[in-house]
Design a protein around this ligand. Structure first.
Ligand code: PHE
Length: 346
């Protein structure tokens, strides 16, 4: 074997290879051919073994002959592969149809939970009157949840707010957002206009209108010379913003240990407009919240002098607002995870 033999072998291999590549009819056979020629045990490798049999002085010259051969073969593979690939694409374009006018698939978007949406609506309305949103803890101490709100340990009113106790002496899951009143009064100075939305808990037998977990939005205003007329005016504005202009409203006497006097605030029935129907128990009115003038004991609990400051407070259920607005009849839907219900809100 001399340099001339090797050169001839390489050229023969190149010519064979280029012809086979040019006539390969699909990408799979082209790939098989590539292994056969350029692979570790391929034909080019075998021919190159002949180098070992050359006289020593010829060996450095081999590269100049072998490299162009390898490059020519590799280039031919690349080029043929591109041609076959384009051909396969054209075949697909010819046989498959793409309807570019088909509408896209809608992407599912999340929605706000209806309780959260209601709390935002409420906060937006009261923001127009200068109310700021505060937070207050869900795990509360007995003193703040009850005693500072004028409900001593053995007071019969505790039966209204039976709750779940946590494994921390003197602590419980708050039964209402009213302890937030104390926390706000102690943290800021009058004039106070606070809104306290949040989760509450009660030891309840669950039914269509009671749950052991629900939300409340508490409102508190304290200033010098705050009157019940201010309370009524504000709640009227709220009811109209929430349920529509021109809604009739009324105060009824109510009872809460932390307000005096206490009221229930009603709006004209949203279903029958006041005529009387099953939805309003044939009274023509629907109760939307409880409210009253902050009890002097509570003002004192908050560190304020009741001779100087007066205030009002109110508490409402955001779920109840949604139920009244949309004629939802079961409170439990709010804490279930049924997206057919939850997805109907913004
Ligand atoms: N905390 C009362 C309740 O849970 C609601 C309320 C709040 C009443 C503020 C009057 C004033 O029922």
């Amino acid at each position: 074997m001399d340099l001339a033999d090797l050169t001839r072998d390489l050229e023969t291999l190149r010519d064979d290879a280029l012809e086979a590549i040019a006539t390969a009819s699909d990408r799979a056979s082209l790939q098989a051919l590539e292994v056969d020629i350029l692979g570790k045990k391929g034909r080019l490798t075998l021919v190159s073994r002949g180098i070992g049999a050359l006289p020593v002085e010829d060996r450095p010259k081999v590269g100049a002959i072998a490299n162009p051969v390898r490059q020519a073969i590799e280039a031919a593979f690349t080029e043929r592969d591109a041609v076959l690939h384009a051909g396969a694409l054209e075949d697909r374009l010819r046989t498959e149809t793409v309807d570019v006018t088909t509408p896209g698939r809608p992407v599912a978007r999340g929605t706000l939970h209806p309780s959260l949406e209601a709390m935002r609506e409420i906060a937006d309305i009261f923001a127009r009157f200068g109310f700021t949103v505060y937070e207050s803890p869900e795990i509360e101490d007995d003193v703040t949840n009850f005693q500072l709100l004028n409900i001593p340990p053995d007071h019969p009113a505790r039966d209204l707010w039976d709750t779940l106790y946590v494994d921390l002496p003197g602590h419980l899951l708050r039964t209402h957002t009213s302890p937030g009143q104390i926390r706000v009064m102690r943290a800021t100075r009058p004039p106070i206009r606070a809104l306290l939305p949040g989760r509450c808990f009660r030891y309840e037998a669950v039914d269509a209108s009671h749950d052991f977990e629900f939300f409340q939005v508490e409102g508190l205003m304290v200033d010098e010379g705050t009157t019940m007329g201010d309370l009524r005016g504000l709640l009227d504005e709220f009811a109209r913003a929430m349920f529509g202009a021109g809604r009739k409203t009324r105060f009824r006497p109510g009872y809460y240990p932390f307000t005096e006097p206490s009221v229930a605030f009603d709006v004209e029935c949203l279903v029958c407009g006041g005529a009387g129907c099953p939805a309003c128990g044939r009274t023509g009115w629907m109760t939307i919240l409880g409210a009253g003038m902050v009890h002097p004991v509570v003002l004192r609990s908050g560190g304020l002098d009741p001779e100087r400051y007066q205030g009002f407070a109110f508490g409402m259920g955001p779920e109840r607002m949604k139920m009244l607005k949309h004629a939802i009849t079961d409170l439990r839907l709010f804490m279930d995870d049924d997206l057919r219900f939850l997805g109907q809100f913004r």
